[in-house]
Design a protein around this ligand. Structure first.
Ligand code: IMP
Ligand code: MG
Length: 179
């Protein structure tokens, strides 16, 4: 599996530092509020698990599932596969994502939650790839800004593979060149 990675972009050590920094900041910002962490399946589960253990204020978690990707390309159309269990009305929601790329997914989810009268909606993304942005959206909390390369590991996949790598790496283009 690691032979398909051309470069490590975020090491295990840096991941720990990022989660600690974001957790502290979020804990301060949401002190005294009831925070709902909403993670987007499946890519963000690993980050969610690390981030929540660095948050010291009261919080609940919930999950949504959408898909917009086929291989390494976004289709631009978001499909809703699993809705929230909680009713977001009146809740302070923090959307937890693995990567903000075109922004199509998060801007769609944000609109859905606004429509359901959440009290506030903010975005925390582990990675931000601004070069490829199509939607008018930015994150309130960003782990790391990365160049426009297709990355895998730490929850991120290529056709459901590589999610279990403990670091984030650039996927060698030879893996998908002939697909
Ligand atoms: P967006 O809608 O284009 O912002 O993309 C959102 C989703 O696409 C992310 O949550 C990821 O699941 C996936 N994605 C975007 N870029 C990458 C990448 O470099 N590697 C793996 N998945 C990616
Ligand atoms: Mg995702």
């Amino acid at each position: 599996m690691t032979e398909d990675i051309s470069k490590i972009l975020v090491s295990e050590e840096e991941i720990k530092e990022i989660c600690s920094r974001l957790g502290k900041q979020i804990s301060e910002d949401y002190k005294g509020k009831k925070l709902f962490l909403v993670s987007v399946l499946k890519g963000a589960v690993v980050f969610m698990a690390d981030l929540m253990r660095n948050i010291t204020c009261d919080c609940e978690i919930d999950f949504m599932a959408v898909s917009s990707y086929s291989g390494t390309k976004t289709t631009g159309v978001v499909k809703f596969k699993k809705d929230l269990d909680i009713n977001p009305e009146g809740c302070d929601i923090l959307l937890v994502e693995d990567i903000l790329d075109s922004g199509v997914t998060l801007s769609y989810l944000k609109d859905v939650l606004i429509g359901r009268n959440a009290a506030s909606i903010k975005i925390c993304t582990f990675l931000d790839k601004p070069a490829n942005r199509q939607a008018d959206i930015s994150a309130d909390y960003v782990g790391k800004i990365i160049p426009d390369e297709f990355v895998v590991g730490y929850g991120l996949d290529y056709d459901e593979k590589y999610r279990n790598l403990p670091f984030v790496g650039v996927l060698s283009s030879k893996v998908y060149a002939d697909k």
